[in-house]
Structures are given as structure tokens and as C-alpha cells.
Ligand binder design. Structure first.
Ligand code: FES
Length: 352
């Protein structure tokens, strides 16, 4: 139904009078003022203007296609190290700048083309919709389908093949950008998350003093942080290595240790556990010496170090991995291998 149909004088409420400028007014402040008459746009009455608008819309979609192709070419050809100067950002990675620019242009041109198409060529007549029962009668549904068909025809989607085809081309090419970005997430970590810098014979070195640790250095009730021998703070991948190898040491009276394996994997009550929370990987640092519990400050997961690092509270899904330790000939604590389980949070390749 067109606005002219709705706005015929026969349809107006009794108290409503048509205004001189075509807008109905009434003494009743709540009367429906109706819609102003439809003003045809230039493209509605001038076929040349409509064709010009059509070419402009197609031009934007073509620019989007070219930008997507430029994105793919830039991804394939620009290295990961080339730096360029771009005002006003300064020195930036050429790859990042070009991918961002081309993807932005591709998305913008699709949006701008769609908006320009809607504003210049699609029908802009307003169609009031009367309130009615939720279940539409058959004749109304038939009318909806007819209106939809009419709207589709008026939009020119079927008729304006140039716009339709270029828009389909632009939208069809654009997802390729996403495919390339997903590919760039890199290879799966495979076994790398299950291996740390600990191995048989590696001494436990105090994080604060940088000295190898003797069992006698660990006092009951204290929490000592350690790193593997040979891992130095000035090495390039120190943070990366310690993100998996960080270790904490406690001493618990042997009679307070609840699990036989936990005691066997320690040395005279000295127990070594991963410092990385198995929830989402925060470093654990709060130790309750009376209960032998450690608390993760991020989401309050609590682990019992006297019972194999078992989770006794909070969202963590796995016990803290224990490192099996012993004492070498000189009395220093050393690892007898890597951690018992992968450290840190769960991930898709974890088997346990
Ligand atoms: S990271 Fe430790 S509880 Fe969430």
C-alpha cells in the first residue's frame, strides 16, 4: 500500500484536516498527523541520474574488489620485517599497515555502495503498518508477499544486473581476507606446551639469589621460587621459558603429606610444584603454611600441596603439576625429569 493510498482524505480521522502543505493537522493533540506526501528524488524522475547513481554504486563495489585483491597480494608479497614511514603514525610495519588499509577500504566501499544504492535507487516511500492481531489472515499474508515482491522489484536487484553482479563479486571476495588471517594464526603448538626447560639432572636455582638450592635452604612454612640451571634473565626468551618452567618449593613435615607419591617425588618433605595456575595461567604466590594450601590471586583457585597439588576450590580444572626432585652428590636439589603433567591451563591437544 502506498502512502498516497493511506493518505487519501477518505482515510483520515474525522477531526483531522489536511494542511495546506499536505500534512494533516487537528485540534486533537494525539491525532495521527499522517505522512507528508512523497517527494520524488532526482533519480526517481531522471533516468540519466539513475544510471549515474548506478555507476557510482558499481564503482564502489569494484573498488572493494580491488582492495580485497590488494589485501591478498600484500599478504603474499610483503615480508614481516619491512618498516615504512606513514604520516602521522610514524614508522609502522608495512604488512600490518597495508593489510589494515586494504581491508578497511574493502569493507568501507561495500558499506558505502549499499548506502548509496539505498538512498538513490531503492524506493524511499514510507508504508505505514497498522497494528493488527499477531496471526495475519491469509489475504494479509498474500499482500505481504506481494509487497515484498514489489519491494524487490523496486530495489532493482534483479533488473540492475551491473550493481547486483559487482556486489556479489565484492561480497564473495571479501571472506578470502578472513581465511588468510585465520591461516596466519600459526601452527598448532603440538608437544611444545607439554615440555619445559626442566630435565633430569638440572639444578634448582633460587630466583632471588641465582644460587643453586640445597634442601637445607628450604624452611618449613616458606615459599621459595626457582628456575632451571642455565636459564638466565638476560637471555632473549627468558620470559617465554619461565612462563612454563616457573617452580615453587615448600617444605612440609613428612607426616603431614597426604599422598605417598607426593612424598616420594619430593626430598625429605621438600616438594616442588609448577607455579603456573592450571586455570588460566596466573602465577601463584599465596601460601598458607598451616593448611599447605596455595591460592591463585586471579580467581581464587586453591591447591593442596600436601596432596599432589589437588584442586580443593575454584575454577582450575587440573592439579598443579609436581616436579620430581632429588639431591645430587654435592647436596644440591636437582630435577629427575620434566613435570608430571603439562603446566598451565587446559588446551585442545592436552591428553589429561
Ligand atoms: S588463573 Fe588461577 S584461578 Fe584463574
Amino acid at each position: 500500500m502506498s502512502s498516497q493510498d493511506n493518505m487519501s482524505e477518505d482515510n483520515l480521522p474525522e477531526a483531522v484536516e489536511p494542511h495546506g502543505d499536505g500534512v494533516a493537522v487537528s485540534d486533537d493533540p494525539f491525532a495521527d498527523p499522517g505522512l507528508p506526501p512523497h517527494e520524488p528524488r532526482r533519480t526517481d524522475i531522471d533516468e540519466r541520474a539513475a544510471r549515474r547513481a548506478e555507476r557510482q554504486v558499481a564503482f564502489l563495489f569494484v573498488i572493494s574488489m580491488l582492495a580485497t585483491i590488494a589485501f591478498l597480494v600484500a599478504y603474499a608479497t610483503l615480508g614481516n620485517s619491512k618498516i615504512i614511514y606513514v604520516w602521522p603514525f610514524g614508522h609502522v610495519l608495512a604488512m600490518n599497515f597495508t593489510l589494515g588499509l586494504t581491508l578497511g577500504v574493502a569493507l568501507f566501499c561495500i558499506g558505502a555502495g549499499a548506502v548509496h544504492w539505498a538512498r538513490t535507487l531503492m524506493s524511499d516511500e514510507e508504508h505505514p503498518s497498522e497494528r493488527h492481531p499477531i496471526e495475519a489472515p491469509e489475504d494479509v499474508r498474500a499482500k505481504v508477499f506481494a509487497d515484498f515482491k514489489q519491494g524487490a522489484e523496486e530495489s532493482g536487484f534483479g533488473r540492475r544486473k551491473l550493481i547486483r553482479n559487482t556486489m556479489i563479486g565484492a561480497m564473495g571476495l571479501l571472506p578470502l581476507s578472513a581465511l588468510f588471517l585465520f591461516r596466519d594464526l600459526g601452527p598448532l603448538p603440538e608437544k611444545k606446551l607439554e615440555q619445559t626447560a626442566w630435565s633430569r639432572g638440572k639444578l634448582l636455582v633460587n630466583m632471588n639469589t641465582d644460587e643453586p638450592i640445597k634442601a637445607s635452604d628450604i624452611e618449613t612454612g616458606s615459599l621459595t621460587f626457582a628456575k632451571p640451571q642455565g636459564v638466565e634473565e638476560d637471555q632473549e626468551d627468558f620470559q617465554e621459558v619461565m612462563a612454563k618452567a616457573a617452580l615453587m618449593l615448600v617444605r612440609i613435615q613428612p607426616e603431614d603429606i597426604k599422598s605417598r607419591q607426593t612424598a616420594d617425588w619430593g626430598y625429605q618433605g621438600v616438594l616442588a610444584y609448577s607455579k603456573i595456575c592450571t586455570h588460566v595461567g596466573c602465577p601463584i604466590s599465596l601460601y598458607e603454611q598451616q593448611t599447605h594450601h596455595v591460592l591463585c590471586p586471579c580467581h581464587q583457585s586453591t591447591f593442596d600441596l600436601s596432596d599432589g597439588g589437588k584442586v580443593i576450590f575454584g575454577p582450575a580444572g587440573h592439579p598443579l603439576p609436581q616436579l620430581r626432585i632429588a639431591v645430587n652428590d654435592q647436596g644440591y636439589l636437582e630435577a629427575l625429569g620434566d613435570f608430571s603433567k603439562p603446566v598451565g591451563p587446559g588446551y585442545w591437544e592436552r591428553s589429561a
